[in-house]
Design a protein. Structure first.
Length: 340
């Protein structure tokens, strides 16, 4: 019954401001800001009492510092087709592919993990998160040699794979290979094909490294993009070569919760029991009720508890309260069960 998080954490206000005015800062300033932001994210997570923490993805400030900024053979997106009005995916453009896609400097996650190691106190498990090739392909425009999204994902596979191996070499024991695009589009693609792509990506990762994956329905600006049902992807997704699968339950009012029993028969299951899209702040008692519900379907040694998704779209004040409630509520049930 570990308490854990999906990668992202809200930016502090000053970081948000700085990210929009990066040209005002020098490289040294930006490096200092990145460190300070990770210090803040780690502080909040440790204060909440989480068993597993991340760097909150605080350093992926803009295009150049994001994964796409590490890729050669692509061109920064032109302005998105729609720039005003309610937030949606069409307000983000797709980057054009202009040549062979390469990442000679890697994807930056190893540096993130090294920074997290320097900053985090002893105690919590340190988790790094890398998007899988299918999710990463979502913002690249297919064309030419890369006929469709599957072909783009194939081109990205060796890059993601190399990053996973470098992370393992750097001593990272816990890596989330996140493929939310697979859960968003499983209703219209072949789920077995997704599993094959995922398993090929992670195949060379040493077994000492614990792999997990996060299957949500999208949270860009707090909005979902897929039909919010797990039925289309299971049982196929049980074949993922990952030690843990994370599913989003809180915002879906625990629909299909029995699924966690089927996952727990094969591997560990992390359950999203904090709604990152709602400003209703769960109490510790709410969390305890949700944990007990999960225990009707899966044994405690198979379960972890987490928010539904990354927290980057949830205000920091709410995030702090929600994570504290998560840890307090899980703690209450641990006590009832006589667990440490
Ligand atoms: Zn998510």
């Amino acid at each position: 019954m570990r308490t854990t998080v999906i990668g992202s954490y809200p930016f502090p206000a000053w970081l948000e401001f700085a990210a929009q005015h990066l040209t005002m800062f020098g490289a040294g300033d930006i490096g200092e800001m990145q460190n300070d932001a990770v210090v803040a994210a780690v502080h909040d997570q440790v204060q909440a009492g989480l068993d597993v923490i991340t760097d909150g993805e605080q350093t992926r400030l803009d295009f150049n510092l994001s994964f796409y900024g590490y890729l050669e053979g692509i061109e920064l997106e032109p302005a998105a087709g729609r720039r005003f009005g309610p937030p949606a995916h069409d307000q983000r453009g797709k980057h054009a592919i202009t040549g062979e896609i390469r990442a000679p400097r890697g994807l930056g996650v190893v540096e993130e993990f090294e920074r997290l190691k320097r900053i985090a106190p002893a105690g919590p498990v340190l988790k790094a998160s890398v998007p899988g090739p299918y999710t990463l392909s979502g913002r690249l425009q297919p064309g030419g040699a890369n006929r469709d999204r599957w072909a783009v994902a194939e081109a990205l596979l060796p890059i993601v794979q190399a990053e996973l191996l470098s992370l393992a070499q750097a001593g990272c024991m816990e890596i989330a290979v996140d493929e939310p695009s697979m859960s968003c589009y499983a209703h219209r693609e072949d789920p077995a094909r997704f599993v094959e792509l995922f398993n090929r990506t992670v195949a060379p990762v040493p077994k000492s490294c614990r792999l997990s994956t996060h299957l949500c329905f999208g949270n860009y600006k707090g909005r979902a993009v897929g039909p919010r049902q797990y039925a289309p992807m299971f049982p196929a997704f049980l074949d993922f070569d990952a030690a843990e699968i994370h599913v989003e339950m809180a915002s879906r009012e625990f629909s299909e919760l029995e699924l966690i029993g089927a996952i727990a028969d094969r591997k560990d299951v992390a359950v999203g029991i904090i709604d990152v899209k709602s400003y209703y702040i769960e109490t510790a008692e709410d969390v305890a009720v949700r944990v007990r519900r999960c225990l009707r379907h899966a044994p405690p040694e198979r379960l972890s508890f987490a928010p539904d998704c990354g927290l980057s779209q949830t205000a920091r004040w709410a995030t702090q309260k929600k994570l504290r409630a998560l840890c307090a509520g899980v703690g209450m049930v641990r006590k009832e069960l006589g667990l440490a």
